[in-house]
Design a binder for this molecule. Structure first.
Ligand SMILES: Nc1nc2c(c(=O)[nH]1)N[C@H]1C(S)=C(S)[C@@H](COP(=O)(O)OP(=O)(O)OC[C@H]3O[C@@H](n4cnc5c(=O)[nH]c(N)nc54)[C@H](O)[C@@H]3O)O[C@H]1N2
Ligand SMILES: Nc1nc2c(c(=O)[nH]1)N[C@H]1C(S)=C(S)[C@@H](COP(=O)(O)OP(=O)(O)OC[C@H]3O[C@@H](n4cnc5c(=O)[nH]c(N)nc54)[C@H](O)[C@@H]3O)O[C@H]1N2
Ligand code: SF4
Ligand SMILES: [Mo]
Length: 735
């Protein structure tokens, strides 16, 4: 029997609408849903792999309990009830012994619901969920809240007259979401500026490409601001009425002449000037989010400030074709993250124990509380809550250290759900040591990953098409309906957290039996059930512009804070100041003799999504091995040819990847792929799926001096390395 069912793809952020083609109950093909009002029938090559993922023989289908030693690969299949009972019992005992802060959580990028996790943790009493948000979007969004009381969720790219891709490679990272919008803007005559050390596909078609030295973007931003002010290209009326701190900003950027910027960034002075003028005179203009800024360590938080300031002084906030952040009409009424997380339920005494807040003043609860208090001046439903980028978010390095040393207090238990800490977090060696030291480690995943292989309990996760979701952005809220019943004993994350919560005295806070019941509650204020939302696809809000004229901005002053009072009160730099990357030919010339090449990691590539798809045959056929991109001249000097295995080293260790000769970047730079492991290898120690062989994060440091002083963002880019031809017997030095 043939059947077509409407569902969605959740294999990356945009949640594209899909049609599942079933034969005798089995999905045989996945296509885009042409009636979906947002994605209109388009899906990418990864989305088409959904059925390979759904039925993959290596999927986890039942809960497992470790029976041998940690990482020995010996497991016993048990029931969900037994697994949840035992985990809850263990957690209860550990909480009695050490306090609730002894439990941590590691998160990855937004895959499943996330608020259910923070709800569970706030109720359990631990302030210590941690993970990749510290370098992904949190530096940008939390900082935008401090600057203009909201986060830019919907740059109106297609209607913009100038699009700046600043550390953003949308053709690879957002083929269905952002990239088509850039193409549309270009067709409509927009100028495109690309700031990227690599000549990406976007750069090839750009009006201006600034081949910046990694890690120096803030100097370029300060140069833009100086020039925009000096040449009177800013929006005088907006600045005088709606900003504070302009005079101080003007003074702070004074040293950043085009010549000085050229010296720091390697971008010729003429291009610094040309690009700043192009941006400032072709409004409305947008600068969408780009991870190239968030992942550069010491400067990342102030880069987010710099970008926010540039958007604001040129009058690009809340205008058609510009940067829009308020929630549109009905969408603002829907109960979302801020409503469900219950951050206020966590006692102050527990919040104070959050790991890392003593070092990074703007991070975690202290930063969130300031942002949240300032935001309260705005009417309810006007702005997405700042929770998701702050609040229950401890610093991963400090969490790992606490697990290993027991200081400042013992962290003995961890849950990982939709994350692969051995591949996603920097300093793999420390993460490995920490995961091994845990008394209780619980992982919920699709597959037995290298991180899961170190667990005490592993739970099988439902694929996105096996569960429902709502996808809420500033402008719309779409239903993402379940397409097929969960197979075997796979379940969604809500069932996992509710199952634990019900066993740990949180019954009254989990009244909704299923995730769709939760969404019925979310949608109550707009008079819909989840089913009705799914029938009509979603809810769209009426877009309004310049609403600050009515309400002001959600900052302490009610204006855009070019000089941030929140940063100042917390003891962080209220005005951006450039810092040289810690490892660089300028700041560490001696180290640069030994490690002469500039290293960037993690540039996105299709069809892989982080550490996923490595077990999917079609994906591996396309990209069978991890690749290091090297300029032809550099490769020749090093005696390397296309396809050779090369050793890449930093002071932290060495890994191996295959050489791809490419002139998209400077001869003094190399680019390595991130998140490589090998599901076909031994699933146990010492090999652990080859996780120590080609994993970029073995090379990335996370010590305090490498991290941004405001948030603690660590670097995955702007580092130094050495590349050599691999010699037999010197393979993979880090075991
Ligand atoms: N295929 C695929 N798509 C993905 C993902 C994936 O893993 N695979 N991950 C998703 C996630 S979680 C995220 S956060 C997004 C990120 O997606 P993007 O924002 O596009 O980020 P990246 O591809 O990491 O890097 C963007 C660009 O930054 C450049 N870059 C590196 N260092 C610097 C620097 O110091 N300065 C500047 N100006 N540029 C620099 C790189 O050359 C790269 O071209 O992608 C999402 N989409
Ligand atoms: N060197 C370097 N490191 C980086 C980056 C970089 O550019 N360079 N980028 C960083 C960034 S921006 C990010 S966001 C992180 C990403 O890091 P993560 O989001 O942790 O990505 P993965 O390592 O792929 O781990 C995700 C795991 O979750 C599982 N999973 C997927 N969907 C679900 C689900 O719905 N439920 C459950 N239970 N499990 C699921 C997958 O099978 C996989 O094992 O990596 C960061 N690490
Ligand atoms: S862009 Fe591709 S992988 Fe991402 S949600 Fe859409 S179809 Fe799925
Ligand atoms: Mo990310």
């Amino acid at each position: 029997m043939k059947e077509i069912r409407r569902s969605y793809c959740g294999l990356c952020h945009p949640r594209c609408g899909t049609l599942l083609h079933l034969e005798n109950g089995k999905v045989v093909k996945v296509t885009g849903d042409p009636d979906h009002p947002i994605t209109r029938g388009v899906i990418c090559e990864r989305g088409r792999l959904m059925q390979d993922h759904l039925y993959h023989p290596q999927r986890l289908n039942y809960p497992f309990k470790r029976v041998g030693k940690k990482g020995e690969g010996r497991w016993q299949q048990i029931s969900w009830d037994q697994a949840l009972d035992e985990v809850a019992q263990n957690l209860s005992e550990l909480r009695d012994k050490h306090g609730a802060e002894t439990l941590t959580f590691t998160h990855g990028t937004k895959r499943t619901y996330h608020w259910d996790c923070r709800r569970f943790f706030n109720l359990f009493g631990s302030p210590n969920t941690c993970g990749v948000n510290t370098i992904c979007m949190c530096p940008s969004y939390a900082t935008e809240f401090a600057t203009y009381g909201g986060m830019i969720m919907g740059s109106e790219v297609p209607a913009a007259k100038c699009v700046v891709l600043w550390g953003c490679n949308a053709s690879q990272s957002s083929p269905v979401g952002l990239y088509p919008k850039i193409v549309a803007a270009r067709k409509n005559g927009a100028k495109v500026i690309v700031v990227d050390p690599r000549r990406t596909k976007e750069a090839e078609k750009a009006d201006v490409w600034l081949q910046i030295r990694p890690g120096t973007d803030l100097a370029l931003m300060l140069g833009w601001i100086r020039l925009i002010i000096a040449e009177d290209l800013y929006d005088r009326e907006f600045v005088s009425q709606w900003t504070v701190g302009f005079e101080e900003l003007k003074e702070a950027v004074e040293p950043y002449t085009p010549e000085k910027v050229a010296e720091i960034t390697s971008v010729p002075a003429g291009l610094v000037t040309e690009s700043a003028r192009m941006y400032a005179t072709n409004g409305p203009a947008v600068i969408p989010f780009g991870l190239g800024l968030d992942k550069q360590g010491v400067n990342s938080t102030q880069c987010a400030r710099g970008r926010a300031i540039i958007r604001a002084i040129t009058g690009n906030l809340e205008i058609p074709g510009g940067e829009v952040f308020s929630l549109a009409g009905e969408v603002g009424k829907i109960r979302d993250t801020g409503y469900f997380e219950l951050n206020d339920m966590l006692p102050e005494s527990q919040k104070a124990k959050q790991l890392g807040v003593d070092q990074y003043p703007f991070f975690g609860f202290p930063g969130w509380e300031k942002n949240s208090a300032a935001n309260k001046r705005l009417p309810e439903g006007y702005m997405a809550a700042p929770e998701a980028w702050h609040s229950n978010l401890a610093h991963a390095r400090e969490v790992m250290n606490a697990i290993i040393t027991g200081k400042p207090y013992p962290v003995t238990a961890a849950i990982t759900l939709a994350n692969n800490p051995l591949l996603a977090l920097p300093n793999t060696k420390r993460v490995f040591e920490a995961l091994q030291a845990l008394e209780l480690y619980v992982v919920v995943d699709y597959y037995m990953t290298p991180s899961a292989a170190l667990a005490d309990y592993v739970f099988p996760a439902a694929s996105t098409v096996e569960t429902s979701e709502i996808w809420l952005t500033g402008r719309f809220c779409m239903a993402c309906p379940q397409g097929v019943e969960p197979m075997y004993e796979r379940r969604n994350s809500y069932d996992f957290y509710r199952g634990l919560g019900m066993r740990l005295g949180q019954e009254e806070y989990w009244p909704w039996e299923t995730i769709e019941d939760v969404y019925d509650h979310s949608l109550e204020p707009v008079g819909l059930t989840f089913k009705q939302l799914a029938d009509q696809y979603g809810v769209f809000g009426e877009m309004e512009y310049r609403r600050y004229e009515q309400f002001g901005f959600g900052t302490p002053s009610g204006k855009v804070e070019l000089k941030s009072s929140i940063f100042e009160e917390l003891g962080a730099d209220p005005l951006p100041q450039y810092r040289e990357p810690v490892w660089s030919p300028v700041s560490s010339p001696e180290l640069a003799e030994e490690y002469p090449l500039i290293l960037i990691t993690g540039s996105r590539f299709m069809p892989m999504y982080h550490s996923e798809q490595r077990q999917i045959e079609k994906a591996r056929k396309k990209i069978p091995d991890p690749l290091v991109s090297i300029h032809p001249e550099t490769a020749e000097n090093l005696g390397l040819s296309e396809g050779d295995w090369a050793m890449i080293s930093t002071p932290l260790g060495s890994i191996r990847q295959r050489v791809k000769i490419s002139d998209v970047m400077h001869p003094k730079m190399v680019d390595i792929q991130h998140s490589w492991w090998f599901p076909e290898r031994e699933p146990k120690l010492p090999e652990l799926f080859g996780v120590f062989e080609s994993n970029a994060n073995i090379l990335c440091p996370d010590d305090p001096e490498f991290c941004s002083p405001e948030i603690g963002s660590w670097p995955h880019s702007a580092l130094l390395c050495r590349v050599e031809k691999e010699v037999e017997g010197r393979k993979s030095a880090h075991k």
